[in-house]
Design a protein around this ligand. Structure first.
Ligand SMILES: [Zn+2]
Ligand SMILES: [Zn+2]
Length: 343
């Protein structure tokens, strides 16, 4: 089968790989859609942000946001059958610890990440633990299935936790694909949304997705602009999807007293002023990262019952053979969500 390999240093190879065989508790999926994520850029540069030794080798097939059709199942699999449409939950856990028991497999001490620790979806086929094969009903496209995992699923989980609703104003900082998903989900929860980015075209896209106000933070003090839009009060909820220190500080500064800030954008280090930004405002700061297995049916209902056009966050589709072009364009932020598709 054809598969992408990211050896590092912005190299992209499309290679022939052995089609995997499902182990007893796994299913084999024929990939229909696999999305590129900002976190894949860490593999592209050769500096993986998740995953252990396997990710470090630069020889693992990337892609942790994938959907397709089950074409074979392992001997011990029950509840998933050949022909089922599925999306992959990226975290495979031990299945026995307290976190796995609660469905938070990404918190399992022994968890392995799809597309980082073991081969991902940027290939014609992938295998995944049957428990992680999330059912995708007919009324969802495979494209929707792929972006409803990491993008929509992560936002649904963190926004539900923060109580996003119609009596709240939410600032979304950083309008890449995760920020776009944040805008869609916050609007669907009924909140007023202020979108912040340094690129006008991304602000324009946020407006199309439903943002009520937009702020270009390139030359303006975004936190001050947000306070101006909220009667000097600040927002009840700020979500940083940028992962950069300026964006993270904007989120903390823009939040109202007793407000809540989520850090969702991946980042390794930042400098903040806890006394002024958090203590004196009695802020709640939360981490947002993916969703527990059991929340998937709720995410499906939320999207379907509210007619949310989740495919709207996708701007580019590529054939796997054009992977080099796809990763390059995504890296240069010339795309919103970019996906590989197979007919
Ligand atoms: Zn992702
Ligand atoms: Zn576990």
């Amino acid at each position: 089968m054809r598969a992408v390999i990211l050896p590092g240093d912005k190299k992209v190879v499309v290679a022939d790989r052995q089609r995997p065989e499902p182990k007893p508790h796994e299913v084999l999926v024929q990939t229909k859609v696999s999305a590129i994520c900002r976190s894949d850029m860490s593999l592209y540069y050769g500096n993986p942000i998740v995953g252990g030794e396997a990710a470090e080798t630069g020889d693992v097939i990337p892609g942790h946001e994938a959907a397709g059709v089950v074409v074979a199942v392992g001997d011990a699999v029950t509840g998933v059958a050949v022909g089922d449409r599925v999306a992959a939950h990226l975290a495979v856990g031990c299945g026995h610890c307290e976190y796995c028991g609660a469905g938070y497999t990404m918190l399992c001490p022994d968890w392995k990440c799809f597309g980082f620790d073991f081969p991902g979806g940027d290939a014609e086929y992938f295998t995944i633990a049957a428990r992680n094969a999330l059912p995708l009903p007919e009324h969802f496209s495979f494209k929707a299935g792929a972006v409803m995992t990491d993008m929509i699923g992560s936002q649904y989980h963190v926004q539900k936790k923060m109580g996003v609703s119609g009596n709240k104003t939410v600032a979304v900082i950083g309008l890449g694909p995760m920020g776009s998903a944040a805008v869609l989900v916050a609007k669907c929860f009924g909140a007023r949304v202020i979108a912040v980015d340094i690129l006008d075209e991304r602000l324009e896209q946020a407006r199309i997705l439903g943002a009520d106000d937009v702020v270009n933070s390139r030359d303006a003090d975004a936190a001050a602009a947000i306070r101006e839009l909220t009667h000097g009060r600040g927002v009840e909820i700020a979500i940083d999807c940028s992962g950069n220190p300026a964006g993270q500080n904007t989120a903390l500064d823009a939040a109202a007293k007793l407000g809540c800030v989520a850090f969702v954008g991946e980042s390794r280090a930042t400098e903040i002023n806890p006394s002024d930004q958090i203590l004196r405002k009695l802020l709640t700061v939360v981490g947002g990262w993916y969703f527990p297995l059991g929340e998937w049916p709720e995410i499906l209902r939320f999207i379907a019952d509210n007619n949310v056009d989740v495919e709207a966050i996708i701007s580019h589709e590529y054939s796997l053979e054009d992977a080099e072009q796809a990763f390059g364009a995504f890296d240069r932020r010339e795309t919103e969500k970019a996906v590989f598709t197979w007919s």
